[in-house]
Design a protein around this ligand. Structure first.
Ligand code: ZN
Length: 300
């Protein structure tokens, strides 16, 4: 299933068409279940993405039974919003690809290095980002979205906690990220617009192998980052097991899983985003997100 938010409404998407998940069209869904089902009627599905993420198996059942003619809304990519507009927790992982750890001057970590992107930075897939003062860099990432409350899950069961995968950009202002000893990552990665995600949320069963997807970052059409998610030091299930060993993960939580090599501040000479740039972030089987940039206010 491919899930998205189109013009503010929750939808499921097939090809270039969408079916709305809300209101009357779902009336009765969940009520007339097959004989033997112990599950009581829970009324119509909500159109609220946050509520749907907490009711994910029922949404998947509903979508699986949709006839083709239910997909009656053309999808305008520019009208797609963040598939999870208001996550409660956003986890992000540093140095999770060996070549990126090497370019950053570190040996591969023995435990995941975790920080947050504060949730107000989360936006939809096609945006224009106002560059804050400083040096803004790119990090294409696979983002795992949690689909059920998860506490102390084992690695071999962790995929069952994942609602789906989406594409993210961990935009990073390097001056504030790396200032201070020890450095603090989270503020420099949380400026407005610094967490675009999308274009859709794709359930794990849609992939031949959700642990090994091609991931690509393009700056003005030039490939600057390229790897496979199978290169991760800590794959998605291990990240979920390790995070949930400490605290409960909640439906709709995001896990930015780290970036491959090829970020701007490790180029020679270093390169940072400017108002002229267009950044495209792509993951196989999901799609791509696109960011443009405007210059910082001169008077700040
Ligand atoms: Zn990152």
């Amino acid at each position: 299933m491919r899930f998205g938010v189109l013009d503010g409404r929750a939808v499921v998407i097939k090809g270039d068409r969408a079916a709305a998940v809300s209101g009357d069209r779902t009336a009765g869904i969940g009520g007339d279940r097959a004989a033997g089902s112990a599950r009581p009627s829970q009324g119509p599905l909500s159109g609220d993405p946050a509520v749907l993420l907490a009711d994910w198996p029922r949404l998947r059942d509903w979508a699986a039974g949709l006839p083709d003619e239910a997909y009656d809304i053309p999808v305008d990519p520019a009208a797609l919003g963040a598939p999870v507009p208001h996550p409660r927790q956003v986890f992000a992982v540093a140095l999770n690809y060996p070549p990126h750890a090497a370019e950053a001057g570190y040996t591969p970590p023995e435990e995941p290095l975790v920080f947050t992107k504060f949730p107000t930075c989360i936006t939809g897939p096609e945006t224009t980002v106002a560059l804050p003062p400083g040096k803004v860099d790119w990090e294409v990432e696979l983002v795992a979205v949690i689909g059920r409350e998860t506490y102390r899950v084992s690695e071999d069961r962790a995929w069952q906690s994942v609602a789906g995968l989406t594409v993210g950009q961990d935009l990073s202002e390097r001056v504030s990220q790396l200032r201070g000893k020890p450095a603090q990552f989270s503020l420099g990665k949380s400026f407005p617009g610094f967490g675009p995600i999308g274009p859709v949320l794709v359930t794990p069963d849609e992939f031949d192998d959700p642990d090994d997807l091609e991931i690509t970052g393009l700056l003005n059409g030039e490939v600057v980052q390229h790897d496979r998610t199978g290169s991760m030091i800590f794959p998605v299930p291990e990240l979920i097991a390790r995070l949930s060993a400490v605290l409960p993960l909640l439906p709709g939580d995001l896990v930015f899983t780290g970036t491959p090599a090829g970020v701007g501040n490790r180029m020679n000479p270093p390169r940072y985003l400017t108002a002229a740039d267009e950044l495209v972030s792509r993951v196989e089987g999901i799609g791509e997100i696109r960011q443009r940039f405007t210059a910082p206010d001169d008077d700040r």
